[in-house]
Design a protein around this ligand. Structure first.
Ligand code: PLP
Length: 403
């Protein structure tokens, strides 16, 4: 009998999440009692604010325990449309909104609704780890656009033209970016929007971190003009801005025709996002002005941490980093240490450095390969100032011990 597993060619090409591997190892060591400092986590360390938890209880009591419309509760879609209109300057109605189980699914719904087999999707590197795999699952072809430190790790029009082919169908923009923390300013977004319109390219603008922007304005590319709006799907959700990662609520905003198709696709895959989470998200958005203090305090804490990290790293002449402008990540270039060793273990790239850091100093930090660049470590600062200071001390100690 042939017992080999005969799985699909499509799934065979999908890599397991590299970001989860390091946190899984860190969790094991923690369970063994090791004093782990974890900089690999991609979620806010704050608990969901109480007024939102109470909202979930209210939802349960009011009977929000059944299927909802596939595209989401009308009251939530209306609040989300108001959020996009008022906060992102994208004039929206409830019909422009699809509520999904997490921003991740919102992205996937957009990809499967827009791509045909073989369509090319431009993904600027460093990129969020799931995009290339999701594009492959949607039968598209991920094309990694290598950015350079000289241009602030951002795309520009010359670079986009270099990768443009007859098959290019979409550009993924992450603004602010996970993993780099960079932000695209209005003038660069205007150029990208013009390029996309001239070349008939869709834009998937992932703006999950739009509330975490330090000292500058966040501009949504879809807000720039009607032409670019018609070819843009803007993705957002509750995970990062409201500390609601486990509740799994994401949203997509776009022209009604595309949103309808994405809704049909979702109707056959997951149906609606969880009813109780939707109700809690409705309360979270409806009452955000009343609870502004709690929310802005979270955002301010992230900025304080970012400033502390930058202060510490600026004193290290041998390290460079991508200047973080938003989100809660910083990419640190450790390539000047490659070739050195620690207790006989050679630092070949950021992967081996991250392994040595975990084994020797109990610091979990994600190697840049997960995001398309082996020269960097990605540090998440969803962690306390005390842990940030102690963890960075351990990292710098190890770097000094390398021979
Ligand atoms: N987009 C980016 C850039 C992210 O970092 C994440 C989560 O880490 C997501 C999308 C998906 O978030 P969620 O599915 O929790 O809404």
């Amino acid at each position: 009998m042939n017992t080999s597993i005969n799985i699909s060619d499509k799934v065979k090409q999908i890599e397991p999440s590299k970001t989860l591997a390091i946190s899984a190892k860190a969790k094991k060591l923690k369970a063994k009692g090791k004093d782990i400092i974890d900089f690999s986590i991609g979620e806010p360390d704050f608990d969901t604010p109480d007024y939102i938890k109470k909202g979930a209880i209210e939802g349960l009591e009011r009977g929000y325990t059944r299927y909802t419309p596939v595209a989401g509760l009308d009251i939530l879609r209306e609040e989300v449309a108001k959020k996009f209109t008022n906060e992102n300057n994208i004039m929206s109605l409830a019909d422009n909104i699809l509520i999904s189980p997490g921003g991740k699914f919102s992205i996937y719904a957009a990809l499967i609704s827009i791509l045909n087999p073989g369509d090319e999707v431009l993904i600027p590197a460093p990129f969020w780890t799931s995009y290339p795999e999701m594009v492959k699952l949607a039968d598209g072809k991920p094309i990694i656009v290598e950015t350079s430190e000289n241009y602030g790790n951002k795309i520009n029009i010359d670079l986009l033209n270099k990768y443009l082919t007859e098959k290019t169908k979409m550009l993924i923009l992450t603004n602010p970016s996970n993993p780099t923390g960079i932000i695209y300013d209005r003038s660069l977004l205007e150029k990208i929007a013009k390029w996309a319109c001239e070349n008939n390219i869709y834009i998937l603008s992932d703006e999950l971190y739009d509330k975490l922007v330090y000292g500058q304005e966040h501009v949504s590319i879809a807000s720039l003009n009607d032409d670019v709006y018609k070819r843009t799907i803007t993705i957002n959700g509750m995970s990062k801005a409201y500390a609601m990662t486990g509740w799994r609520i994401g949203f997509a905003n776009g022209p009604i025709g595309i949103i309808k198709k994405m809704t049909s696709a979702q109707s056959h895959i997951t149906s609606n996002a969880t009813s109780i989470s939707q109700y809690a998200s409705y309360i979270a958005l409806r009452d955000r002005e009343k609870n502004k203090g709690i929310l802005t305090n979270m955002y301010k804490q992230f900025e304080k941490r970012k400033n502390r990290i930058v202060d510490i790293l600026d004193k290290e002449k041998r390290l460079t980093y991508i200047k973080p402008e938003g989100a809660f990540y910083i990419m640190i270039n450790v390539s000047s240490y490659f070739g050195l060793s620690h207790k006989g273990k050679i630092v070949e790239d950021a992967n081996s450095l991250s392994e040595i850091l975990l084994d020797e100093k109990y610091v979990a930090i994600t190697p840049g390969e997960a995001f398309g660049n082996k020269n960097y470590l990605r540090m998440s600062y969803a962690n306390s100032i005390e842990n940030i200071e102690e963890g960075l001390k351990r990292i710098l100690d190890l770097l000094r011990e390398l021979k």
